[in-house]
Design a protein around this ligand. Structure first.
Ligand code: SF4
Ligand code: ZN
Length: 180
């Protein structure tokens, strides 16, 4: 499996973090290691000088991600049940908005799910605003260049009419044609 997400480290980086052997193996997928990758990760952890601190930290956080101190999520769940640590959180699936927003996944599926979620959310907000009579007037698409202050807007750009703007801030058509 290829790495699709950067390793997520605790918000407050612990002192031992810089001594972790995993930093020497960025090519391994420490987040969702499977098969041979998981075996390799565990082998590296077994020789790591900060293994205990790493494993305990992940247990205390209820870490949902990856291999820490040689323990994967299933291992942490078992240890947590026996020793009273918080149950490791479940990660939302890839291809969900929650995975993108709460866990920062940048894989194409999660990005796509987030884009869909945002489009739906905006459409609902617009519909709600329209129902309350608060909708924006429709945007103009510029047929000719227009100057607003120091900004020159090219033809084809959208411009929202803002009726409450003072006269001197209003868009003014530009006399000369735009340079090619
Ligand atoms: S125990 Fe494993 S995951 Fe933890 S710092 Fe060491 S090599 Fe990295
Ligand atoms: Zn994802």
């Amino acid at each position: 499996m290829t790495t699709t997400e950067p390793p997520r480290i605790p918000r407050n980086i612990p002192d031992w973090h810089t001594d972790g052997l995993c930093q020497l193996f960025p090519e391994l997928d420490w987040i969702e290691a499977q098969g041979e990758q998981a075996v390799a990760c565990r082998a590296i952890c077994s020789a790591c000088p900060v293994r205990l601190a790493c494993a305990l930290g992940s247990l205390e956080r209820g870490e949902p991600w990856g291999i820490w101190g040689g323990l994967d999520r299933a291992d942490r769940k078992t240890v947590a049940a026996e020793y009273g640590y918080p149950v490791p959180a479940m990660l939302p699936e890839h291809g969900t908005n929650a995975r993108r927003v709460k866990h920062g996944c940048t894989c194409p599926d999660c990005k796509h799910a987030h884009a869909l979620y945002e489009a739906e959310r905006r459409a609902k907000a617009r519909a709600k605003a329209r129902a309350r009579g608060l909708g924006w007037p429709p945007a103009h698409i510029l047929a000719a260049p227009v100057r607003i202050g120091r900004h020159l807007l090219a033809p084809g750009q959208y411009l929202l009419p803002l009726p409450d703007l003072p006269e001197h801030r209003r868009a003014a058509p530009v006399d000369q044609p735009l340079a090619a």
